[in-house]
Design a protein around this ligand. Structure first.
Ligand SMILES: Nc1ncnc2c1ncn2[C@@H]1O[C@H](COP(=O)(O)OP(=O)(O)OP(=O)(O)O)[C@@H](O)[C@H]1O
Ligand SMILES: [Mg+2]
Length: 266
């Protein structure tokens, strides 16, 4: 932290600025006719378009030194927001500015080639992160070692359990030295021993990276690892604040929703 410049007004410089961001997925698909219709008409389904507004007019900025937790229900838009900040998804409207190099798509678990081994994917991950061939070669063995996967590291990743894949994903994310570290649920499938190791690594990196984003359903980790949090629901930014406060508000919301659903059942 001592190396960072402080602005004249005493504030730390920005690491990420998200301005009125909206992201809409547009998917075309073939509406399947019912079996009966299909038999009568031998028809093909009609083409239909479905739009999902995954992120709706979100704005926030993140200063250097922030470890930002992102929480919310399944489908709330957390991974979409992370992919947009990593530069993988273009905004439908609004803008995102990132100061420095963000984790790449491999670190977000969407770019692995399952037919290649863990070690080969680590090499690809390094190249995708912009490291030179030499840097990657120097670092790949260390990263592979860090996963503690033993002989499995040279087996195709399609033979891995989800926790084993998560180990490779996490290792790539933390060893490529991004300025903006992004971790999306990598810990959810890790076992207790790996989780502890990963938590220690994250704490170490949190202090050296410019900013960190952690998406997790483990609300305990959010409180433990982060100094700020945002809560998304159906693409909207519901709250930003201290992790404890945001987690409490989210839990209260989930409970209210659950009891409302229970009432409907009666
Ligand atoms: N590639 C895609 N194409 C179309 N729709 C998508 C795509 N990815 C996500 N969506 C939709 O966008 C919305 C937000 O999804 P997203 O993956 O960002 O949620 P999430 O908060 O990460 O959920 P989870 O906690 O389950 O990981 C969902 O309604 C989802 O169906
Ligand atoms: Mg997600």
């Amino acid at each position: 932290m001592s190396l960072l410049s402080v602005l004249s007004n005493g504030e730390l410089p920005l690491a990420v600025k998200v301005n009125d961001l909206s992201i809409t997925y547009r998917t075309t698909f073939e509406r399947k006719p019912t079996l009966k219709q299909a038999l009568i008409r031998f028809g093909r389904g009609q083409r239909a378009v479905r739009e999902v507004e995954a992120i709706k007019n979100i704005s926030f900025d993140v200063r250097t030194g922030t470890a930002m937790g992102i929480i919310g229900s399944n489908g709330a838009g957390k991974s979409t927001l992370m992919r947009a900040m990593a530069g993988i998804l273009p905004p439908t409207s609004g803008s995102i500015e990132v100061w420095g190099r963000a984790s790449t798509l491999l670190a977000l678990g969407v770019g692995f080639n399952k037919n290649l081994s863990g070690r080969e994917n680590i090499v690809l991950g390094g190249l995708a992160a912009g490291l030179s061939r030499r840097e990657v070669e120097e670092r790949a063995d260390e990263v592979a070692e860090w996963t503690e996967l033993g002989d499995f590291i040279d087996m195709p990743m399609r033979t891995y359990s989800s926790g084993m894949s998560a180990r490779v994903e996490f290792s790539v994310a933390v060893h490529m030295k991004p300025d903006i570290l992004m971790i999306d649920e990598a810990l959810s499938t890790g076992d207790a021993q790996f989780r502890e190791k990963a938590n220690a690594k994250m704490a170490e990196l949190r202090d050296s990276a410019r900013a960190m984003f952690l998406v997790s359903h483990g609300l305990g980790s959010i409180k433990q690892m982060c100094n700020e949090a945002i809560w998304l629901d159906k693409g909207k930014l519901m709250m930003r604040g201290k992790p404890g406060e945001v987690v409490n508000a989210y839990m209260k919301f989930v409970k209210v929703k659950k009891s409302a659903a229970a009432m409907e059942d009666i």
